[in-house]
Design a protein around this ligand. Structure first.
Ligand code: IPM
Ligand code: MG
Length: 361
């Protein structure tokens, strides 16, 4: 029987509730398929600040580095919003990304047929379907570049630097091409090469890497145009590779056009063999924390990505995704994905998690 060690970071807000349901689903899959998952729960984010004075205690990072994968709920909340930049819960996320070398962030945005009515786009556009994966570079660019404050022409100025190196672009481009190869063989690289030098290098490198993937159709799009095309013709996108900042912004847009940010999973990956980190795209939602209202499906779908990408358990991952689809088809809805006019009353976090367990084939 295979045993997998999972570092759990329930975190803040609704994090503990959604992670709890995801573990129940994992355990049920383990029982059916003969795997066991051993969890070690660690602190990060606001709860870590309260308990230890730092958003990412060294012990947390160490446990994560020594595990097979990391499952994270959410970090942050109003309580800690007033703290200076280096003491914000968000530092924990950035520290985990750099500390675990997680340079590739995969964010699929799909329109579930049962939730098609939640898509805010025109019906004829939604009818073409949405199935795009953002491959966001996660440990470089402006989020990790040189920054500071200095005297400028207009007085004190703050600055952040965008820089991308060839090796950094090559490895993320390869993640994009490899993924496209397993899907519809179409890769869109998003940059701002009409203005930024870092983008011109980005584009040159992506074009060079493309020579290794003649079977994948590559196109390039400026980020402003990409943000427009995403809502004009989302069905044209398959895999989209881009920088840390552009990916941050565009993946939120892609999430919103599927109508339900509460449904979106993500995976953050480093070099093969290193632990990946899996987390829902939604945040800590402090307004509904502890009320059994959060949608656990994004976290549950993140565990499916974990099984597939970190543990190579494709069949088990498919089983989770099929169960989620079946639960949605049955009409079950948490409040965030319920539309005005839906017949049934919304259900809670726990009820939704348990329904997924019941629907596991
Ligand atoms: C995300 C979030 C984070 C980011 C924040 C919370 C640091 O917006 O994961 O997209 O900017 O990367
Ligand atoms: Mg973001």
């Amino acid at each position: 029987m295979a045993e997998f060690r999972i570092a759990l970071i329930p975190g803040d807000g609704i994090g503990p509730e959604v992670v709890g349901e995801a573990c129940l689903v994992l355990d049920a899959v383990g029982r059916r398929h003969g795997h066991s998952f051993r969890y070690e729960s660690v602190l990060a984010g606001g709860c870590a600040l309260d308990a230890t004075g730092e958003p990412l205690p060294a012990a947390t990072l160490k446990t994560c580095q020594e595990s097979d994968a990391v499952l994270l709920g959410a970090v942050g909340g109003w309580k800690w919003d007033v703290l200076p930049g280096n003491l914000r819960p968000e530092r924990a996320l950035l520290g985990l990304r750099s500390g675990l070398g997680l340079y590739a962030n995969l964010r699929p945005a799909t329109l579930h047929p049962a939730l098609a009515a939640a898509c805010p786009l025109r019906a004829d556009i939604a009818a073409l379907g949405i199935d795009v994966v953002f491959v966001r570079e996660l440990t470089g660019g402006m989020y990790f570049g040189e920054r500071g404050r200095r005297q400028g022409k207009y007085g004190l100025e703050g600055y952040d630097t965008e820089a991308y190196g060839v090796g950094e672009i090559e490895r993320i481009a390869r993640v994009g091409f490899e993924l496209a190869r397993k899907r519809r063989r179409k890769l869109t690289s998003v940059d701002k090469a009409n203005v930024l030098e870092s983008s011109r290098v980005w584009r040159e490198v992506v074009v060079r890497v493309a020579a290794e993937y003649p079977d994948v159709a590559l196109d390039h799009m400026y980020v402003d145009n990409a943000s427009m095309q995403l809502i004009r013709r989302p069905s044209d996108f398959d895999v989209c590779v881009t920088t840390n900042m552009f990916g941050d912004i565009l993946s939120d847009e892609a999430g919103q056009i599927t109508g339900s940010i509460g449904m979106l999973p993500s995976a953050s990956l480093g070099d093969p063999g290193k632990p990946g980190m899996y987390e829902p795209v939604h945040g800590s939602a402090p307004d509904i924390a502890g009320q059994d209202k959060a949608n656990p499906l994004a976290t549950i779908l993140s565990t499916a990505m974990m099984l597939r990408l970190s543990f190579g358990l494709d069949e088990e991952a498919d089983a989770i995704e099929r169960a989620v689809t079946a639960v949605l088809s049955s009409g079950a809805r948490t409040a965030d994905i319920r539309l005005a006019g839906d017949a049934a009353a919304p259900i809670g976090t726990r009820a939704m998690g348990r329904l997924v367990v019941q629907h596991l084939a």
